[in-house]
Design a protein around this ligand. Sequence first.
Ligand code: MN
Length: 574
Amino acid sequence: MSNQQDIIIKALEFAKEAHAGQKRFSGEDYIEHPMAVARILQEMKLDEATIAAGFLHDVPDDTGKTLKDVEKEFGREVAFLVDGVSKLGKLRYPKTDFSVGPIELRMAEPVDLQAENLRKMFFAMAQDIRVILIKLADRLHNVETLTALPEERQKRIALETLEIFAPLANRLGMGNIKGKLEDLSFHYLYPKEFEWLVKNVKEKYEEREKYLGRVKPLLINILEKEGVNPSDVHYRAKHYWSLYQKLLRCEMNIEKIYDLVALRVIVDNIETCYRTLGIIHKYFKPLPGLIKDYIAFPKPNNYRAIHTTCFCLEGKITEIQVKTAEMHREDEFGIASHWAYKEGIDLKAQRKKFAWVAQLSNWQKGVDNPKEFLDSLKIDFFKDRIFVFTPKGDVVDLPEGACSVDFAYAVHTDIGNHCAAAKVNSRIIPLSQQLGNGDVVEIVVDKNRKPSQDWLEFVKTTMARSKIREHLRKKPLRESTGAIFRTLFKTHRAKMSSNAASLIIRANDRIGLLRDIAANISKLGINILSSQLKSPPDEPVAINMKVEVLNGEELKKLLSQLKEVKGVIEIKPL
Ligand code: MN
């Protein structure tokens, strides 16, 4: 027995012991769940570390054993995967109102921004895509065993599955898991519609399957006669959820759904795919506009195949899909298929695939061996992003190092402009304090509070920066020019010397006064060490200023220069 198999068996034993005596909601032994998860991962043909992590994924959270114990027994890699999965488990899905209208209304916006943000957060927190694969397997088994749970929880889990996990599976090209997740969720979330569909479609399904049973040998015959030997011809019924979505687009008319049950032809290579299409069209007239070449133009999730819809046997309209075995495998297992068959794959060709992942992380750059390929799957594009929550559970996506002020402006300009204090996870923190992934942030708003110059020193987002600047510009003149002084002062603070001279400048206030004074001083290469402005009502302003001068000569030059500034009445050295 190899070491690798050892690890899997050891993981099962470890999990059994850790979960001993625990029961699931359904009453069965808890260990059934991690075993089922590991089995799903095994079916995806993932590596041993991932399968072991599947057995162990609930150990640190739900048992007396810790992550440290797991690391001691199984090493870093397995512990990293287990830790990732349990971190993802702690993400809270935004609260949802289940009274929200009928299914048709929800369909209008199938994926809202929140869900998209949450999916991004998954990637950010997972770092290694195998963590997401384990989480998907975990979720698949959980929805498969939802029956025992109270209805409210069933619905919450089902909705989360439909809006987060199924699209994730889809993004990763895992058509099989995506279909299962969607259909199971559909059943719990919209039981009436599900029932209606099953009732209305069942007969159609059976009728179509019988029909395709007759088409299959005929088609094989034709192809062989033309010199093509398909490695497989089969048909599979469309998944319920995608069928229902299509029905909603087709006025619920089931007669218009040609791919209710589609015929699939699997051939050896791409060239044969196109030849097969030609042969099919020679015998069965295609419907114009329904020939789709996803080989030349793969879907964003890398789905590849040629689809055509023809007047088939007995003139019945039928969809036929042609693809290679490799394309088929990828459609079933998506990104996981790269582990399963990594010996044989052309890694150079792989680089072109999963373009969206490549965009995220350039993960395929210079990858020439399977080990590197695997390592490169660690998604780090979002590493410099953090995701925090509003008290209502909305997700806000910020750059790393962002603080509550960035958060406030990201939520709304008014909240930013009047933010007085911040509570993170119910505790008051300084506005400048950096936020962490998963923090729940609440902004205390005070109508009388205004953006402060100091904020510019710690905000990270361009959004907050420009809004603060915009607000400061609108403020009365002397405050904003005061800012210029402060900046100059700060820049030169390091060069503080003993040759400091203090001046009092009295002037009639006007727009641009302080800016002009500052400009004239810096024109001479003189640093301002500090400045203070007093403006008594109905009197000229008095500016008390400390400057850094080399000698009396320079000071004289400065005084005469400043006298030229419009509005200046007098300048007195102190
Ligand atoms: Mn679990």
